[in-house]
Design a protein around this ligand. Structure first.
Ligand code: SF4
Length: 689
């Protein structure tokens, strides 16, 4: 529905603040947001959290950009849209002519819609001719996708939130669920309270869900792979495995068993700091429950061994037969509202929409027939590689949509070097962000309330959002910006609305064959894969695993240790993550006065024992120093952390408060996801109070 001045409008939308995918009606009068009214959303029922309920004022922030900007020396000049779009098209054409297509790159936004992500990768592949395209899942859940694709075939949650609710036992590893996925956590807390479910939380930090858990285990950093492997081995060795399931539905048991040699409970006890009895009880508890789900997040994936540990999680679920039944499965919890969808749509360097590999000639032929241009079979650069390539001169241009990389990428000093080396840096966003400071062109985009499209939540649920108000004058929906540039570069893009784009996705991608806007009216949803007749798949693998023979693979994974363990001068371990009130870097939520008043700034959590040893009180200024940078923050002494662990929220207002001034260049060995959770630091107590 389009907003009309003077009338109250009710418009169905989907929350932009996390992967749970809560949907609700938003009441508006013109540009005024009156209230959020949950109807009955597929993911959330009638619940929302503080961000979904109150976090919308950012759309009317005075900071919104309302005119494109082009850099002239140290200044930006306001220009009209035609001039900006012509400029981007001309500069990209020139750079491609001079250096070749692979000198250009694109980063799609996980806050944007599926249709927009699809167009970003189409721009890269059809218009420019490169596979240099990626998205922010590179910074979070790419390792989980690897673990699942290796073992069960699909890189997504294997069931829905309903399955999590139905499980007898939930294991959460490295997930601060109550703050990062609040409505999902509420549903689990209720199931636990009703006595239907037990919860085990494994985390370095004693957050809210850890306190509520039936069993909370604090491991030593980077030891998850070891305990998961030891528990799997114990279950196999002691006749507790799901033998029938393994025989009928999996292959590779012998090789997998061999890979577990050495993973004894004693070894795991030493690695985690838990007792052998605890590990034995844990293994027996997992084996004794009928329906087990494991959910995990950045505590697992943002490590050098993130992909290997994710694989170990899926192996354990296979060993215990916890796939393909209601109340079972693997749940990597997606952080952004559309991080699942942005990957689904092919904004990745080696896959087009629907996880189809560019290396596959049959896939390329289908896209080439539709698009009329050759598709390169070579893998492109991922986000991390793009920055490296810019620094060493191979990459000349980047078009970045809706990501505040200069706060969220690891080792931001390295990143900024990359930005400064580019000949063309296009930033498309709502505001003049920290990242935009380094841009050559800034294009003012529109937020979700001003456009149509779909998002895909953590449970693979595709949901429509409708425009609650017109785009702010001077701004343009992202999909239209891409279309305008593609046309200027000689391509006939004629999408009249985002539904046309989804029709193209469905034509080209078997996984989305039956997805159409007519099947997604209002609160109707579809969980992929969706067959041509519109049948969707809330629970995966009931007809077999996603391999030609239908069998899952037990995958012998390898332990990858820490890269930056505390030692000598840098004697403490730094962890980071989200807080409830803010989303990601905070560009949206810091522009919501009610939320900012409650949590105005970042801080560092320090354990009572460390605070006593170093003479720190809550409110004191301290400096946290790593090999990569330093950060001045106020201390918060809390039992949420223990010993030599420090914790800094990733949500900061500006670069000066960003935890990523401290993080380094270490990356997951398979996906290049930065090892944000693996940083050694020292703590300096400052005089000023
Ligand atoms: Fe939005 Fe997530 Fe909160 Fe739901 S739980 S309202 S999707 S932030």
């Amino acid at each position: 529905s389009q907003a009309r001045e003077g009338y109250i409008q009710k418009t169905k939308t989907v929350c932009t603040y996390c992967g749970v995918g809560c949907s609700f009606d938003i009441w508006t009068k013109g540009r005024h947001i009156l209230k959020v009214e949950p109807q009955y959303g597929a993911a959330n029922g009638i619940s929302t959290c503080v961000k979904g309920k109150f976090g919308w004022d950012y759309v009317n922030s005075e900071d919104r950009l309302t005119s494109p900007l082009i850099r002239e020396g140290n200044h930006f000049r306001e220009v009209g849209w035609d001039e900006a779009l012509d400029y981007v098209a001309r500069r990209m054409t020139d750079i491609r002519a001079q250096y070749g297509a692979n000198a250009l790159s694109f980063i799609a936004s996980s806050k944007c819609t599926n249709e927009e992500a699809f167009l970003v990768q189409k721009m890269a592949r059809q218009v420019i001719g490169t596979n240099n395209v990626d998205n922010c899942s590179r910074y979070c859940q790419s390792p989980a996708t690897v673990g699942l694709v290796r073992t069960v075939g699909y890189g997504g949650d294997s069931g829905t939130i309903k399955d999590l609710e139905q499980a007898d036992l939930i294991i959460g590893i490295g997930t601060n669920t109550a703050e990062s996925h609040p409505v999902l956590a509420t549903r689990l807390k209720r199931a636990q309270k009703l006595g239907r479910q037990k919860i085990i939380m494994v985390d370095l930090r004693e957050h809210e869900m850890a306190r509520r858990a039936d069993l909370f285990l604090q491991p030593k950093p980077a030891s998850d792979f070891i305990w998961l492997s030891a528990v799997s081995r114990y279950i196999l060795d002691n006749g507790l495995a799901a033998e029938e399931f393994l025989a009928e539905h999996t292959i590779g048991l012998d090789e997998y068993r061999a890979s577990l040699e050495g993973y004894t409970l004693e070894y795991a006890a030493e690695a985690t700091g838990w007792s052998v009895e605890t590990l034995r009880d844990l293994a027996e508890m997992i084996a004794a429950h009928e329906r087990v789900c494991i959910m995990w997040a950045m505590g697992v994936t943002q490590q050098c061994g993130g992909s290997e540990t994710s694989t170990a999680i899926s192996n354990l679920l296979l060993v215990t037969g916890n796939y393909a039944r209601p109340g079972t499965g693997a749940y990597p919890l997606r952080g952004h509202n559309n991080v699942q969808g942005t990957s689904d749509m092919g904004a990745m360097p080696d896959q087009v929409s629907g996880y189809q590999k560019v290396a596959d000639p049959e896939v390329r032929a289908r896209f080439e027939a539709e698009w009329g241009t050759p598709i390169s079979p070579e893998r492109g650069l991922d986000n991390s590689q793009m920055v490296d390539a810019a620094i060493d001169g191979r990459l000349k241009a980047m078009w970045l949509t809706g990501e505040e990389m200069s706060l969220t990428d690891a080792d931001v000093n390295h990143l900024i070097k990359g930005y400064e080396a580019l000949e063309l840096f296009v930033v498309q966003d709502l505001y003049f962000t920290n990242t935009a400071r380094y841009a050559d062109v800034i294009l003012p985009a529109t937020p979700s309330l001003e456009k149509e499209g779909t998002f895909t939540s953590t449970e693979r649920r595709i949901q429509r959002l409708y425009a609650a108000m017109d785009p702010l004058p001077g701004t343009m929906p992202d999909w239209q910006i891409y279309q305008e540039v593609a046309r200027r570069m000689g391509f006939e893009w004629n999408y009249s609305y985002p539904g046309d784009i989804m029709d193209e996705v469905a034509r080209l991608s078997p996984m989305f064959a039956g997805v159409s806007y007519s099947r997604l009216q209002g609160y109707d949803t579809l969980c992929w894969p969706v067959a041509a007749d519109g049948t969707d798949t809330p629970l995966l693998y009931t007809e077999g695993f996603n391999f030609a023979d239908g069998k899952a693979r037990l995958y012998p994974a390898e332990y990858v240790g820490r890269s930056d363990a505390p030692a000598a001068e840098y004697d403490l371990h730094l962890n980071s993550g989200r807080m409830l009130e803010h989303f990601h870097e905070g560009n949206m939520t810091f522009r919501v006065p009610g939320i900012t008043a409650k949590t105005p700034d970042a801080f560092v959590e320090i354990s009572p024992e460390l605070a006593a040893e170093r003479g720190v009180d809550t409110g004191d200024w301290v400096r946290v120093v790593s090999k990569n940078g330093a950060l001045r923050l106020r201390a918060l002494v809390t039992e949420r952390v223990s010993g030599g662990e420090l914790y800094i929220p990733m949500n900061s207002r500006d670069l000066e408060g960003s935890v990523n001034l401290l993080t380094g260049q270490n990356r997951d060995t398979v996906t290049n996801t930065p090892a944000y959770k693996d940083t050694a630091v020292r703590l300096e107590v400052l005089d000023s109070r």
